[in-house]
Design a protein around this ligand. Structure first.
Ligand SMILES: [Zn+2]
Length: 278
């Protein structure tokens, strides 16, 4: 009888030990997951994509309700939609810095096929991944070479560019202006919003005007609006945008606005001005 009791106590201890081991393994897995080894990168991407998709569906569901409620009032329907999404039109350019109280929630969308360690706002992560997947399905090789940037990252890029322009012999003031035409001054880059991505063709990775000749860009320029993105700095609009022609920089504004901007053939600056003038 005493022996049986001892066995029973032993079993309890064994179970506890097994439980602790199990928890330890779980913690270990969690920890190694944070180290983002290559083998786990795909899984993390899937998890984050699922989270982003769920968030998108929630918002879509909310919008659905609003749209239905306003169905009897068509004149106000578009206005209601726009009120819900106005923040997606936030204008950031050399004259309009990122607001000080602006915050963004980003998720990682990078993987080895489309650009590693890339982060983008949760509001457009799903749309960006769908656009890339569809572009790939059409036979092209889109690659994210830049997406969300912190202030520190933008500072690094800008001062790097400035140094190169200064090396060409320009004076301080002039060099800053020249540098700012291709790399936005810190605090004035759309990349800091988390709503912009530079997409290039994996077979032609140069950020120059010939990027537009690639199959990837031809496809993106024709289709980006369907996913809520616009080519932000079209050819011949530098006077309006303050930025050189960039046939690789896409900005998310949401599907409705993107369609409207695409159909009108205007820049974001002109579109925002049009709306203000209404
Ligand atoms: Zn860019």
């Amino acid at each position: 009888m005493q022996l049986k009791e001892k066995n029973f106590t032993g079993m309890i201890w064994l179970s506890l030990l097994a439980l602790l081991l199990g928890v330890g393994i779980q913690l270990g897995l969690g920890f190694s997951r944070q180290t983002r080894s290559d083998a786990q990168a795909g899984e993390i991407l899937r998890e984050l994509t699922a989270i982003a998709r769920a968030a998108g569906e929630e918002r879509a569901a909310g919008l659905q309700l609003d749209t239905q409620a306003l169905a009897a009032l068509p004149a106000q329907k578009a206005a209601a939609y726009e009120d819900l999404h106005l923040e997606l039109l936030l204008l950031v350019n050399p004259w309009n810095p990122v607001p000080e109280d602006y915050t963004t929630e980003v998720v990682q969308v990078g993987q080895w096929q489309i650009g590693e360690d890339q982060y983008i706002d949760v509001r457009c992560a799903d749309a960006l991944l769908r656009m890339i997947a569809d572009c790939q399905a059409a036979g092209y090789r889109p690659y994210i070479c830049s997406s969300y940037r912190t202030q520190a990252m933008q500072e690094g890029l800008f001062y790097n560019k400035l140094e190169r322009v200064l090396d060409m012999g320009y004076g301080w003031e002039e060099a800053q202006e020249i540098a700012a035409q291709s790399v936005a001054r810190p605090g004035t880059s759309e990349h800091q919003l988390g709503l912009a991505a530079d997409l290039i063709d994996d077979d032609y990775t140069y950020l120059d005007q010939w990027q537009e000749q690639t199959g990837t860009q031809q496809w993106l320029m024709e289709n980006a609006w369907r996913y809520g993105f616009i080519l932000r700095y079209p050819n011949g609009t530098t006077d309006i945008t303050g930025i050189i022609y960039e046939p690789w920089h896409y900005r998310y504004v949401g599907e409705r606005f993107a369609r409207d901007i695409h159909q009108r053939g205007v820049t974001l600056e002109e579109y925002v001005a049009l709306r203000r003038g209404r």
